[in-house]
Design a protein around this ligand. Structure first.
Ligand code: MRU
Length: 354
């Protein structure tokens, strides 16, 4: 499995996903500005991966802060936090990473500035390690919902590349494959940036999972022919009522699944659930450059000057979601908010299998 991102020799090294699958190239970031730039340009993308990048970017930026005490150090960190948060608005994982780092700092406020700098590197690495084990857990729970012989539709890339490793939606597929289930994945190409064609198809082929690539508008026809058994997608931000922001076109998949009686699952680490936000209507939706729509591979396909709407994400209302695959188990949308409670008996709300 290729590494999406790592901390190496006091630098942040990330796989340049904008060049895949034609070129496997790495970007070495020597300052946090380059990390932020990489997130904006989709050189690193996918909600958990950009959360990890933010944590590492903060650790990197922290090394250059000149401060005598904790207060000066945290003052120096503020613009670095802001730089990370301002990169992409929809994925809550960036906010989650910043909050986690802030909490960690305050727990260690008695330490010297030099030691705090080292601790931030350790914590950023821990964010990465935790993500990998969270994804394994999502996979273990989610695989129970995949049967031998199933054909699974997925949209965008919620794979290894979108995370520290294993992916969220793909974790369930990888575990199902390890369990000996024969599965087949249908990957939506995911216009305009083609994460499905460029990234999901690439990584599933590497993992030895049979994959078929389709254009986004083919999914409905395949469902009608009975060729899709279930859909599994990722999320950039799910609100506590179970509304799901994910790559543009996910809403269409959710509605199509409902029409055809196909289960629609969302793989969601708790770091992608915004328990503070009550509904999907409140999620800020990133709008990206028109060039992503008017060109393909740098070649113009639409008339110069045409008006474009390029929403990077949409929101699928909770009513279309069959269940969420999380690291704590599989839950119905209505039960998601219960995960906020410390006293909840998870076993009483967990779904077991299909
Ligand atoms: O614009 P992107 O490529 O960052 O969008 C990614 C997605 O929509 C993923 O499905 C989501 O981040 C979940 S990744 C586990």
């Amino acid at each position: 499995m290729v590494k999406t991102i790592e901390w190496k020799d006091n630098k942040v090294v990330m796989l340049d996903q904008s060049k895949l699958p034609n070129e496997v190239a790495y970007i070495t970031c020597t300052d946090h500005h380059r990390v932020a730039e990489g997130i904006k340009r989709l050189e690193i993308r996918g909600a958990p991966a950009i959360g990890i990048a933010a944590a590492m970017g903060i650790a990197l930026g922290a090394q250059g802060i000149k401060a005598e005490n904790f207060e000066e150090f945290t003052e120096g960190l503020q613009p670095i936090f802001d730089a990370m948060i301002s990169t992409r608005p929809t994925a809550v994982n960036i906010h989650w990473a910043v909050e986690r780092i802030k909490r960690y700092l305050f727990q260690n406020k008695e330490e010297t500035v030099d030691h705090l700098k080292k601790l931030l590197i350790m914590e950023a690495n821990k964010v990465l390690e935790d993500d990998i084990s969270i994804n394994r857990a999502i996979g273990q729970w989610g695989a129970a919902f995949i049967r031998d012989g199933d054909t699974i539709l997925t949209h965008c890339n919620a794979g290894s590349l979108a995370t520290g490793g294993y992916g969220t939606a793909t974790a369930a597929m990888l575990v199902a494959q390890e369990q000996g289930k024969r599965i087949h994945v249908i990957a939506d190409e995911t216009r305009p940036v083609l994460q499905g064609a460029r990234l999901t198809a690439w990584e599933l082929m590497q993992a030895g999972i049979p994959v078929t690539l389709i254009t986004d508008n083919t999914a409905g026809a395949l469902m009608k022919k009975g060729m899709i058994d279930l859909a599994i997608v990722g999320t950039d931000r799910t609100t506590r009522n179970g509304d799901v922001a994910n790559k543009i076109g996910t809403y269409t998949v959710g509605v199509l699944c409902r029409e055809h009686g196909i289960p629609f699952y969302v793989a969601a680490p708790l770091s992608s659930i915004d328990f503070k936000m009550s509904s999907g209507d409140l999620i800020p939706i990133e709008e990206r450059d028109a060039d992503e729509v008017t060109t393909i591979g740098g070649r113009r396909i639409a008339p110069e000057g045409v008006h474009v709407i390029n929403l990077a994400f949409d929101v699928t209302p909770a009513k279309y979601v069959t269940a969420f695959f999380t690291e704590k188990g599989v839950f119905r949308p209505g039960d998601l908010k219960k995960l906020m409670r410390e006293d909840i008996d998870l076993e009483s709300i967990r779904l077991k299998n299909i």
